[in-house]
Design a protein around this ligand. Sequence first.
Ligand code: X2X
Length: 340
Amino acid sequence: MKNSISRSRFSAGAAAAFAGIAAVKSRALAVGPQFTYKYASNISVDHPLNVRMTQMWNAVNHETNGRLKVQVFPNNQLGGDPAMLTQLRSGALQFFTLDGGILQSVVPVAAIQGVGFAFKNSAEAFATMDGPLGTYVGKEIEAKGLYAFEKMWENGMRQITSSNHAMKNADDLRSFKVRTPPGRLWVDLFKSLGAAPTPIAFNEVYLALQNHTVDGQENPFAIIDTARLYEVQKYLTVTNHMWSAFWLLGNGDAWKGLPPDIQSVVSKNAAKYALLQRRDTALLNASLEDKLKRRGMLVANAETASFRAKLRESKFYERWKAEFGTAAWDLLEARTGKLA
Ligand code: X2X
């Protein structure tokens, strides 16, 4: 009697153990993912950022055997950047890509990537942000309860579009009603250049241009194309006045809530797909000038010496050196040479 009880207990236990293994194996199918998170961005689904993000989160889903599923919300579906940043900080959103210049409202030094005429091109900018300056900014981001992935994602060198005329020199910029992203450095940059900037989140830009709330805006070629800004802008001036790129951010608690094995799958893929996205975007930015001309835009090159002179005259660099602090500024100038 005693034996038979223990035998049946044993078999019940073994059966439960085997069932447990089977349940773990088929967990994704039987009960769905262990973690369902959201990723959001401000730009359209066909921009390389979202093409590669979609591939990346699919790879993560596959490599975690379905344990982490991340739904992609492109094109401001969850609101404009400031609204999405609030959602990220509260944990309503778990992953988000945001330009450092907009993240400035929470992490002041994050705007340093966008100092006017600091970087000659994206390659130089990435070399800087993949190095000690990126590490410095990343630590400041983490001090604010957010998680920053190491490799930034490309937006590109920014160019100016307008409905009125080309922006070939500083005189053309005088009183120019230009939209900037919501960030203090951006607004100050265009004020220093003599323009009349208005910060507007990207989800409202097309309408603001169409309604002539503003006469122009500035963005890399790939954004001008994928957001169809050529429909509401006539003049494109190649200014390369600043670089722009996105941090891939996580909500700190949501990130810490993932087991280490899942975290390492995400980190590995985030680094891999960021590099692919940089290459795609660089190729696109370099090849779009002709396409935008065919779409009817008039493209000209700026003579940027007069822009730079304005920034020096208005003490733009001194102001931002004081704002960011010498530690960060020195890391920037170690790459760019003396700015202030
Ligand atoms: O808001 C913009 O202009 C954009 C899309 O370039 C950024 O995210 C900074």
